[in-house]
Design a protein around this ligand. Structure first.
Ligand SMILES: O=C(O)c1ccccc1NCC(=O)[C@H](O)[C@H](O)COP(=O)(O)O
Length: 215
């Protein structure tokens, strides 16, 4: 199972995370988030992150020109869209060579059928909890809703994932492509607890998978 660590900003903290070889690292380009990267990203360091670790820019109802400019500047392979972006919006970004993760806030009556309109233009879906903010709320949703998932696009499970609740993913029937972790692994906004992340990696990543990443 893949691991995405979201909401990074600080170079020293990032360097420690890179040592753990996550599959995806997320950077928040949403100015209302406490994890907003602002002017704080070290462009050279970001570009030096080994290619097998995919860099993801997270945006909320942003202007396509801004998204594409940031993707180029930081060499982002993916953008994660957390607002009300339409399938057509995703198509526009995808056509410009940037891969798409479309995030959705999940409630009990979530209409999985509408994902069919997004499917041709998105590489992955990400299912997050609905909260006061578009993301990073630190709360889980009722994962059993995902047992209704009938789309073949791989998805990330997100929202309040912690070392305590992660063991319960084994109860899910739906096949999870990846886990997206964020605020439950922080010591402060955008500062990750590397020891806690190391424990997560040891729990989730079988030895063979780690060897695949090294190859
Ligand atoms: O993390 C944020 O502050 C954020 C703000 C606005 C949009 C998206 C945001 N985060 C995106 C993520 O992928 C988070 O990892 C996801 O929402 C789960 O966060 P958490 O519940 O804190 O684990």
């Amino acid at each position: 199972m893949k691991i995405k660590v979201c909401g990074m900003r600080d170079t020293a903290n990032l360097a420690e995370l890179v040592e753990l070889k996550p599959d995806f690292i997320g950077f928040i380009f949403y100015d209302k988030s406490p994890r907003f990267v602002g002017e704080n990203l070290d462009e050279e360091f970001i570009k030096s992150i080994p290619k097998p670790i995919k860099k993801v820019g997270v945006f909320v109802n942003a202007n396509p020109d801004y998204i594409l400019r940031m993707a180029k500047k930081y060499d982002l392979q993916y953008v994660q869209l957390h607002g009300h972006e339409t399938p057509d919006f995703c198509r526009t970004i995808k056509m410009r060579g940037v891969n798409i993760i479309k995030a959705f806030s999940i409630e009990s009556d979530f209409n999985f059928a509408m994902l069919n309109n997004y499917k041709p233009h998105c590489d992955y879906f990400l299912f997050d909890a609905k909260g006061a903010n578009p993301g990073g709320n630190g709360i889980t949703f009722d994962w059993s809703i995902l047992n209704r998932y009938d789309n073949d696009r791989p998805f990330f499970l997100s929202g309040g994932l912690s070392l305590e609740n992660i063991v319960q993913i084994n109860e899910l029937k739906a096949k999870i492509y990846g886990l997206d972790v964020n605020s439950k692994f922080e010591t402060a906004p955008a500062v990750k607890d590397i020891d806690a992340l190391r424990q997560l990696f040891e729990l989730i990543r079988p030895i063979e998978e780690e060897e695949e990443i090294e190859a």
